[in-house]
Design a protein around this ligand. Structure first.
Ligand SMILES: *Cc1c(COP(=O)(O)O)cnc(C)c1O
Length: 460
């Protein structure tokens, strides 16, 4: 068929839609008609530009069916995290506990007392729910929650440092993934950054010398995603407290991760805890909800009541406002920290603490499944997992992984197929596909085995 006759042979839209009864039933006639029009137009363009396309009614019907499926398929979907990175920012950071997810679901499906005081029968504060718990957990006088920690830092600086100078060590001018940069946030807040010290060393006298009548605050930023080693010195919070007191300045600490339970046994030693930060004298501490805390995306601010109350009244607070589902999931997550023995109910904490024997058992079980597949070779290997999410970059947790090779498929092709067709995210090292079991969830073993089985059968 030449191009002209092909164009003539293209089915009319009405004819095409009439042949798609089942699809119309499922999705609705209007959306199918729009999709049919797009597909016919697509084919027409391809033919006009010299391309080859089937123009039969059947072929067009199949195209529309595929296109409809693609439109309705959830674009945000579950993936298997076989990287071992517990807080993988690109994979959505923390996985919520069943209880926290259920709380979010219930809040979503119901009216709630989000901003309603049931006792008094009048408008209440959306922060009241979480403030109670955060005060109990941290001992802080005041607490509030915004959409993420970047927003928290911007709100703190906008409230306390607008039009004033803020003293920050050069060793702490960090960039966190996704373009959160301390100097840029400072500029947005209307505060003026006063850099002091050097990259590797900052002394108390650097702070003292930088304070003027225009100083609005001292800011400490936890260098969460990198580590400077060697000839280094930073000023501890307790010393900063003394300097802040001498000059009557608020001391702000951007903690980043916000650890609320002990993780020393798991080997996470250098991540400052929220309680310690407050005990050491920070007036305001901020941290993420979905890093080490293991909750939903949020930015938590705790500290002096008077300062927090000022922040609540700032116009940005309305712009950074958190929804009821986040509050519900966060409350449920925080509840796990009331009793230290329950912190392991938070999946993030459980994954970080997973004992090596348990990881070993999980790896051997996965290896058995994979070894049963024809053409596939699997072995358990010693590996290191990272906590991720910009937390404790120098901590490498001992873990077990399953290293896989296939007879007729390269490791690079395996990794690409696992990722693109089965949403299984893993690494290739030493020409082997590596599946770290630390971050695998229930059911992932089967998903992985089914995917490998399909790939090996295709490659036979
Ligand atoms: C992660 C991090 C942030 C940003 O927190 P988000 O919740 O991702 O917005 C800010 N400061 C520090 C030190 C961090 O580690």
């Amino acid at each position: 068929m030449d191009n002209k006759s092909k164009l003539r042979a293209l089915p009319k839209i009405d004819e095409l839609v009439a042949a798609l009864d089942a699809l119309c039933e499922e999705y609705g006639r209007d959306v199918v008609t729009d999709c049919a029009r797009e597909q016919v137009e697509d084919v027409r363009r391809t033919i006009l530009s010299g391309g080859d396309c089937e123009v039969s009614l059947d072929a067009l019907c199949a195209r529309v069916a595929d296109a409809m499926k693609a439109i309705y398929a959830p674009h945000l979907h579950a993936v298997v995290n076989a990287t071992g990175v517990v807080l993988h920012t690109n994979l959505g950071r923390a996985v919520l506990s069943e209880a926290a997810a259920r709380a979010a679901y219930t809040a979503a499906r119901c009216y709630t007392n989000l901003e309603y005081d049931v006792e008094k029968g009048q408008r209440g504060s959306r922060y009241s729910h979480i403030e109670r718990l955060l005060r109990r957990l941290t001992g802080a006088e005041g607490a509030m929650v915004v959409n993420n920690n970047a927003a928290a830092v911007l709100l703190i600086l906008s409230t306390l440092a607008r039009g004033k100078e803020v003293v920050v060590s050069r060793g702490e001018l960090v960039e966190i993934g996704g373009a959160f940069r301390v100097p840029a946030i400072m500029e947005q807040s209307g505060g003026t950054l006063v850099e002091i010290g050097t990259t590797n060393k900052t002394h108390p006298y650097d702070y003292e010398n930088a304070v003027t009548e225009n100083t609005g605050a001292i800011l400490k930023v936890h260098t969460s995603n990198f580590k400077i080693t060697g000839f280094t010195e930073e000023v501890p919070l307790t010393a900063l407290r003394e300097i802040a007191d001498r000059h009557g300045l608020p001391l702000i600490y951007d903690l980043g991760s916000g650890r609320l339970c002990d993780l020393t046994e798991a080997g996470v030693l250098e991540e400052p805890g929220v309680l310690q930060a407050l005990a050491d004298g920070a007036d305001v501490v901020s941290f993420s909800g979905d890093k080490l805390l293991g909750g939903p995306q949020a930015g938590i601010i705790v500290g002096k009541k008077e300062l927090i109350e000022r922040m609540k009244k700032h116009p940005l607070t309305r712009a950074f406002r958190v929804d009821k589902m986040t509050f519900a999931a966060l409350e449920e997550t925080l509840r796990c920290y009331l009793d230290p023995t329950r912190a392991g109910n938070v999946p993030t904490i459980a994954m970080i603490r997973r004992p090596l024997e348990e990881l070993d058992r999980a790896a051997r079980s996965l290896r058995r499944r994979l070894s049963a597949i024809e053409g596939l070779h699997a072995a358990v290997v010693d590996e290191k997992s990272q906590v991720g999410g910009g937390s404790v970059p120098s901590v490498f947790l001992d873990t077990r992984a399953v290293a896989v090779t296939a007879d007729n498929i390269s490791s690079a092709a395996l990794e690409e197929n696992l990722r693109r067709r089965f949403s299984i995210i893993c690494r290739v090292t030493h020409d082997r596909v590596l599946l770290d079991v630390r971050t695998l969830l229930e059911g992932d073993d089967k998903t992985i085995a089914d995917a490998f089985r399909t790939l090996c059968e295709e490659a036979k």
